[in-house]
Design a protein. Sequence first.
Length: 171
Amino acid sequence: MEINLIVAIAKSNLGIGKNNQLLWHLPADMQFFKQNTVGYPIITGRKNYESIPEKFRPLTDRKNIILTHQKNYVAPRATIVNTINEALNEAKKEHKNKCFVIGGGEIYKLFLEQNLVEKLIITWVDALIDADTFFPELDFDKWNLIEEKHFLKDEKNKFDFTICSYEKKKN
């Protein structure tokens, strides 16, 4: 099973959130996120999961796997795990060819540090926005850019952004 990481990042400072909220409202990117993740298991941290508006939790048509240190955490219709291995085992039970790591910052860092991610799907947002949660620094020499699509700001999307897909280089 391929492990994909999907994230929207401020190009200026690698910011991904503030006060447990997204930094922007980009409907076109949200649509892209949904199109790519529906039908696949998603792995999220507890704080990131709680940042999703309650009416949208759990994200529909996806197995929601919440990775948390809290042993007694409860989230209706979601699967709670306490380790990365448990999260990946739950994802494998879905018998899909891939899963998505959807955040937040601590979860991204854990998966990248353990060298588990095979594909990155990054929305680079052209915005300078104050953040308190950041995406970890990456060595892009270890990744191949395989696809890039540009979006211009419009009446619904406040910022220009570029969606890039990267594959981990083979050793």
